[in-house]
Design a protein around this ligand. Structure first.
Ligand SMILES: [Zn+2]
Ligand SMILES: [Zn+2]
Length: 276
């Protein structure tokens, strides 16, 4: 079985360990190919993105490792690129081998700062209450609308953690995924993804970090298979030992949804490889 991971972080952003330590972890865990995807620099301060001044070093170091480990593992240089409508997106990073396009921000918060959907639930909920009077439906409509804009205008090869915002249900039950309006919202987004041909990753981080379901949830993976949207199993690792964390669960969910293949970057091109 071919094991790969194209969603990984390091000390260039909020991960632990150098790029080379990630590579060594990937080799130890039997990967055929591995992609670097630090959080791209963003035009404001935050706790977890790469500083703009470090981007050149990142690209240079990754390129050197690609050479150094030739013959042992295929390495790809990417970024997890934030999509900020009319401001920043996958299109701005055409120098990469690939990228993961992710939405981490919805609107501006009560302090006029970009509102993180990926940070602490305390801050997320405070902003939800202030901005939308606690109405998660309005926030989710906005969130999925930004994902649709991203796939339509910037079409990243991989869409990152599609339904990550659901993680805040843990702190306060905000919505039920079986509600009709939510199913419709996801469906509309999957249709937009289908149309442009992006891969949707099955991201295991919520599972090994918080004991949550996969991103996206298994019922969404089933629907993706019906629509023949390609998948790619990624861990969103933030340290070397997380590189294949919860992979058995993701492979199982993909197979249970009817998938026989995942789409991965090998020998410089995206290709479908068997899940078995
Ligand atoms: Zn992310
Ligand atoms: Zn990530």
């Amino acid at each position: 079985m071919i094991i790969t991971n194209y969603h990984s972080h390091s000390h260039y952003c909020d991960g632990k360990g150098s790029l080379e330590e990630q590579v060594q972890g990937a080799i130890a865990q039997g990967l055929r190919a591995f992609g670097f995807s630090s959080h791209c620099p963003v035009p404001f301060e935050n706790q977890w993105s790469m500083k703009a001044a470090r981007l050149d070093d990142y690209l240079r170091e990754a390129a050197a490792l690609k050479e150094k480990y030739k013959g042992q593992i295929e390495l790809y240089i990417g970024l997890e690129v934030d999509f900020l409508p009319q401001q920043l997106g996958p299109r701005d990073f055409s120098m990469l081998d690939y990228c993961v396009g992710s939405v981490h921000y919805v609107e501006l918060n009560q302090f006029g700062q970009p509102w993180e959907i990926d940070g602490s639930s305390v801050e997320f909920l405070a902003c939800l209450d202030t901005l939308y009077d606690g109405n998660i439906k309005v926030a989710l409509e906005k969130y999925y609308d930004i994902i649709r804009q991203m796939v339509e205008t910037d079409t990243p090869p991989i869409v990152g953690h599609l339904d990550k915002i659901k993680m805040h249900n843990e702190a306060r039950p905000l919505f039920d995924e079986s509600e009709e309006w939510y199913v419709a919202l996801v469906e509309q987004t999957l249709q937009a993804i289908k149309k442009v041909g992006c891969i949707v990753e099955i991201n295991t981080r919520g599972n090994y970090k918080r004991g949550l379901e996969l991103y996206p949830s298994p019922w969404i993976i089933v629907r993706m298979n019906t629509l023949q949207i390609p998948i790619c199993i990624n861990s969103d690792s933030h340290r070397p030992e997380e590189i294949t964390a919860s992979f058995p669960l993701a492979f199982e969910a993909a197979r249970a949804a009817g998938y026989t293949h995942q789409r991965v970057l090998l020998e410089g091109k995206w290709q479908d490889v068997e899940l078995n």
